[in-house]
Write a protein that binds this ligand. Sequence first.
Ligand SMILES: Cc1cc2nc3c(=O)[nH]c(=O)nc-3n(C[C@H](O)[C@H](O)[C@H](O)COP(=O)(O)OP(=O)(O)OC[C@H]3O[C@@H](n4cnc5c(N)ncnc54)[C@H](O)[C@@H]3O)c2cc1C
Length: 434
Amino acid sequence: MSIETLEYDVIGLGFGPANLAIAVALDEDARVRERGLRYCFLEKKADFEWHGGMLLEDSRMQISFLKDLATLRNPASRFTFLNYLHQKRRLEPFINIGTFTPSRLEYNDYLAWAAGHFAERVHYGEEVIAVEAQEERGEVQRLKVTTRQADGRTRTRLARNLVVSIGGQPSIPEAFAPLRNDPRVIHSSAYLARIETLCAEREAPYRLAVIGAGQSAAEIFTDLGGRYPNAELSLIMRSPALRPADDSPFINEIFDPGYTDLIYQQPEAMRQQLIRSFSHTNYSVVNLDLIERVYQDLYLQRVTGKVRQHLLANRQIQEVRAGVEGIALNLLDRQHHAREVREFDGVILATGYRRDGYKRLLEGVAGYLGEGEVARSYRLPSREGFHPGIFLQGCCEASHGLSDTLLSVLSVRSQEVVDALIDGRLRPQAVACA
Ligand SMILES: Cc1cc2nc3c(=O)[nH]c(=O)nc-3n(C[C@H](O)[C@H](O)[C@H](O)COP(=O)(O)OP(=O)(O)OC[C@H]3O[C@@H](n4cnc5c(N)ncnc54)[C@H](O)[C@@H]3O)c2cc1C
């Protein structure tokens, strides 16, 4: 193991859109330059990619491109989506398309273009595996961050502050946990990377199940329909029907940056009530146009008599058994109180993400952290004598609201974190906690 003595004011863990927005905000903040802040980012992927496993050709953004990395904070920034279009000489044709929601392929290209400006600051191919405190006479000023590279070698760096933006980790339903390593079970996050290895023949009559009722489930169900014209496909869900995502204008106000203050100020019970009552904007919902497309596809199959796509609603998966012939799902139809066993050659889990990965990553400093909740500035509370700031991005939905896991507030949130980082550097202080 090589020990590096390189010390940074800020290390960003992960380099997805959240820390990319932090990079942009740091780059544009004159105070950062004046004070010569040293910062870098550590990313486990070999290169920048935004949810590559789901970059389906006809998938679209679910928010306006105006909620890009910079516009809401600084419309004159060189990192806006509009400047990206201008640089790529596509501004006019994009205007002619007349949309606020570009394809995900294009948005990934935009993010990768922006990330390209920070190539010197991002260490790709390094997975952060541990964070430890460097304690001297009872005080902690620095953290030791250890990464593992693809070849197994480890590296360490020292940091005075961390911004932890590691995104979500695939959520695997308990029944599928024993099959985690079975190549026939694929989480949606790895869909494009693995589907053609699992199902190599386009014309084969594969039996495939998609589990879930959200946008990814519906997108994969539709994609499979086009990719394998003879496959028998089942979309299996607990809910009684595919529900539309509510993105109407009054509802959309909950994704405005100002709404974060409103949510944060509420007493805990009211916060949770608000988050629950707006969850139909983001969880287990599908864009209306995609719902209509799925319905039309199913209808057309009734007309032609070649029914190969099935929507199995109200189903609870009671047991999963892996055999040589396939993966058998024991399903309870909760509406008709009927049970059945269906066998599949492959199962795609569009079952979402967990957001608690930061806890495992920060295990080494857990004893220094306080019990109070994360601050409005996204800083974790810590005990007396622990000075590094640890900021969380993308896992503060319970305290900061539904926009926290999304792209909506990135440009403004990143400035809030940069402001707190700069204040913290001038006046390093432990956050008081209960
Ligand atoms: C298919 C899909 C489509 C979506 N579309 C939209 C949309 O249209 N609009 C919207 O607002 N939101 C959308 N989202 C929500 C999504 O969470 C955000 O778009 C965005 O990706 C959040 O950025 P992030 O940086 O917080 O997390 P991520 O994008 O997940 O990035 C986290 C990064 O950290 C890296 N990482 C993780 N662990 C480590 C480690 N230990 N060491 C080093 N690096 C690590 C990961 O490789 C990754 O690059 C979508 C989500 C999915 C899955």
